[in-house]
Design a protein around this ligand. Structure first.
Ligand code: G4P
Length: 529
C-alpha cells in the first residue's frame, strides 16, 4: 500500500549518506563543519575528543579518542534546507572495511573525501569499488586545497583511471596552497573568493569563467590557468546528467578545505540539491520494497554492545526501508519467525542520544536489543520480508586467546560471543573441544588491537593473544547440497563457525588449490552465509 500524504512528505525529505575516506584525508574535520552548518553544534571544535585537543564529534569510543583513529561507524541526524539528513560516519581504516561496507548498505549515497595532495589511496579505491558494485550515487570532495597538491586535472585523471568512474567538477579551484584564491562554480556561474582567517567567502556572480573581473581579483597567471582548464573541461565534458549520477556512473566533484571551512557549504548545498531520497531495496526473492510504501520494514546493519557502559546495553542499528516507525510497534522478525516489540529506539548525535517516538523510511534508528538481533536481520509489518544479505569478509588474520585468570573463562566466552555478534570477530571451534578456546579470525590486524582493548576496557578481562598460522578461511559445501561428513580429503581439519557450519582454516592460498583438486565434489566459499 502506498503511504498517505504526510508520510510521503516525510520520506521524501530524507537524505541518508555516508562519508568515506582514507584515514587522515580530513573526514573528522569535514564532518564537524557539516554538523556546524547543519546547526547541530554551535562551533566547530566544540566537542572535545581526538588527541585531547580538537573535536571528533563522531568518535566516541575510548580507543578512538586515545588513538585518533575512527574504528566504529556512527550516525548523526540534522536538518538542512528542509531536508532531514542522516549522516553515517564510517571507520577510515582499511582493517575495518567490512564495517564500512555494511554501513554503505544502509546509505542511499556516499561522499568520498580525497586528500588533494595524495589523490586516490588504496583504501579509497576499494571503497569506491563497493559503491560501484552497488551502483551508488557518489559525490567526490577534494580536500586540503589550502595545501600544495596535485593539479586538479591530474586529480580527476587519478579518480577516473583508478576508480573507473567519470568525474564532473561542479566547482573548480583557482590556485592552490598559499595561492588558493577561490572556487569557480560551473553550474551557478559564481566565484567564491576565500581569504585566510575568514570562513565566509565573498561571492561574485559572473557571466562565465572568462569574465575579466575574475582576473582583477586573482591576478593574470591564475586567471590564465583557469581559462586553460575550463576550455579543456568544457570540451571534454558535456552537461551534468543527473541520471548518470544516480546510476553511479558520474561523480559530481567539488574542491575545498575542510580545515578552513572553504567550499564545505558549497558541497552541502550540492548534496541537498542532488542527493537522492530513499530508494527501493531488494529482497532475497528479487522483489523491490518501495520506500514510500506504508508498511514498515527495515534491516539491521550494525550491532554495538556497551554503548552506555553503565547499562551494559546493546544497540541494533536499523535502516528503515519503508513506511513509518512508531515507538512500541510490533514487527515481524523474519529470521526468528515471530513478532517482537520495538520498545525503545534512539537517534544519535555523537555522545548524546535521544529517545524517539517516530521515524521514517531512510532514517537510521538505534533499537535497544536484548539479544534478538543479528547483523542482516530484517523486520517488517504486514508480510514477512527478507532483505538481501549483508556481505561478510573472509578473515585473514587468526589467533587464540589465553586468559590470565582461568576463573574468568566463561566470562570470556560470553564477551567473545557478544563481540562476534557485533561482527567484529569471527569464531571458529574445534568440534572436539566444543565452545572452549575458539580460534578468532579478523580481516585486519587493527581489529585485534580493538578487540583486546575492548575485552579489557568493557569486560575487565586480561587476555593474551596467540597467533595461529592461518591466513585463509573457506566454507566447504557439497555441490549437490548434501551435508558434509566429519572430514574431507586432503588432510584439512574441519572446524565449525558459530552457526555450526564447517570451515577449513589454511596457512596459505596454495593449500586451497590442493583441497579443490582433492575434493571435486566440494565448493569452497569465502563466507559461511
Ligand atoms: P580523518 O578523520 O580523515 O582521519 O582526518 P582528520 O579530520 O582527523 O584530519 C587529519 C589531519 O588533516 C588533521 O591534522 C587535520 O587538521 C588536517 N586537515 C583536515 N582537513 C584539512 C584541510 O582542509 N587542510 C589542511 N591543511 N589540513 C586539513 P592533524 O595535524 O592530524 O591534527 P590537528 O593538529 O590539525 O588537529
Amino acid at each position: 500500500m502506498s503511504a498517505g500524504g504526510d508520510i510521503k512528505k516525510e520520506i521524501g525529505r530524507r537524505r541518508t549518506f555516508a562519508i568515506i575516506s582514507h584515514p587522515d584525508a580530513g573526514k573528522t574535520t569535514i564532518t564537524e563543519k557539516i554538523l556546524y552548518l547543519g546547526g547541530v553544534i554551535r562551533e566547530a571544535g566544540e566537542v572535545k575528543g581526538k588527541k585531547g585537543t580538537k573535536a571528533a564529534t563522531s568518535d566516541w569510543m575510548t580507543l578512538e579518542k586515545e588513538r585518533g583513529v575512527s574504528v566504529t561507524s556512527s550516525v548523526m541526524q540534522f536538518d538542512y534546507q528542509g531536508l532531514r539528513v542522516n549522516l553515517l560516519d564510517t571507520p577510515g581504516h582499511k582493517d575495518f572495511g567490512e564495517d564500512t561496507y555494511r554501513t554503505l548498505m544502509a546509505a542511499d549515497s556516499a561522499a568520498m573525501l580525497i586528500d588533494a595532495a595524495k589523490g586516490v589511496e588504496l583504501q579509497t579505491r576499494k571503497l569506491y569499488e563497493v559503491c560501484r558494485l552497488r551502483k551508488m550515487p557518489i559525490f567526490t570532495f577534494a580536500n586540503k586545497m589550502d595545501r600544495e597538491g596535485k593539479d586538479p586535472l591530474e586529480l580527476i585523471d587519478d579518480v577516473e583511471n583508478t576508480l573507473g568512474i567519470k568525474c564532473y567538477p561542479v566547482t573548480w579551484p583557482i590556485g592552490m596552497g598559499g595561492e588558493f584564491k577561490g572556487l569557480y562554480h560551473r553550474l551557478d556561474k559564481k566565484v567564491f573568493y576565500f581569504e585566510r582567517g575568514r570562513e565566509e567567502p565573498s561571492i561574485q556572480d559572473v557571466q562565465s569563467w572568462n569574465d575579466v573581473s575574475i582576473k582583477e581579483k586573482v591576478g593574470e597567471r591564475l586567471f590564465e590557468k583557469l581559462q586553460e582548464d575550463m576550455e579543456l573541461l568544457d570540451v571534454a565534458l558535456g552537461p551534468f546528467e543527473k541520471s548518470e549520477f544516480l546510476a553511479g556512473k558520474v561523480s559530481p566533484m567539488s574542491f575545498g578545505s575542510a580545515k578552513y571551512n572553504w567550499g564545505v557549504d558549497i558541497f552541502l548545498r550540492l548534496f541537498a540539491e542532488e542527493a537522492p531520497p530513499p530508494g527501493p531495496r531488494l529482497t532475497i526473492e528479487g522483489d523491490e520494497v518501495d520506500p514510500f510504501s506504508e508498511d514498515f520494514s527495515g534491516f539491521v546493519f550494525k550491532i554495538q554492545a556497551n554503548m552506555d557502559r553503565k547499562h551494559r546495553d546493546r544497540v541494533a542499528f536499523m535502516r528503515i526501508c519503508s513506511g513509518k516507525f512508531e515507538r512500541g510497534m510490533k514487527v515481524k522478525h523474519t529470521r526468528l519467525g515471530r513478532e517482537i516489540r520495538l520498545a525503545y529506539a534512539n537517534q544519535f548525535m555523537a555522545q548524546d542520544r535521544e529517545t524517539i517516538e517516530e521515524a521514517y523510511s531512510g532514517d537510521i534508528v538505534g533499537v535497544n536489543d536484548s539479544g534478538n538481533f543479528q547483523i542482516g536481520d530484517s523486520v517488517s509489518v504486514g508480510k514477512s520480508i527478507e532483505f538481501t544479505p549483508m556481505p561478510r569478509f573472509s578473515p585473514e588474520v587468526f589467533a587464540k586467546l589465553t586468559i590470565k585468570d582461568p576463573l574468568k573463562r566463561k566470562q570470556l566466552q560470553k564477551a567473545l560471543m557478544q563481540l562476534s555478534e557485533e561482527g567484529m570477530v569471527q569464531l571458529f571451534y574445534d568440534p572436539f573441544f566444543g565452545l572452549q578456546d575458539p580460534i578468532l579470525g579478523v580481516v585486519g590486524e587493527l581489529q585485534f588491537d580493538v578487540l583486546m582493548f575492548r575485552l579489557n576496557d568493557e569486560y575487565n578481562l586480561e587476555v593474551k593473544l596467540e597467533r595461529q598460522p592461518f591466513s585463509v578461511a573457506r566454507w566447504p559445501r557439497k555441490k549437490d547440497g548434501a551435508i558434509i561428513g566429519k572430514s574431507i580429503n586432503g588432510g584439512a581439519k574441519l572446524y565449525m563457525d558459530n552457526h555450526e557450519r564447517p570451515v577449513v582454516l589454511l596457512a596459505k592460498e596454495w593449500d586451497l588449490n590442493w583441497l579443490i583438486k582433492e575434493n571435486p565434489d566440494l565448493e569452497f566459499h569465502i563466507t559461511g552465509g
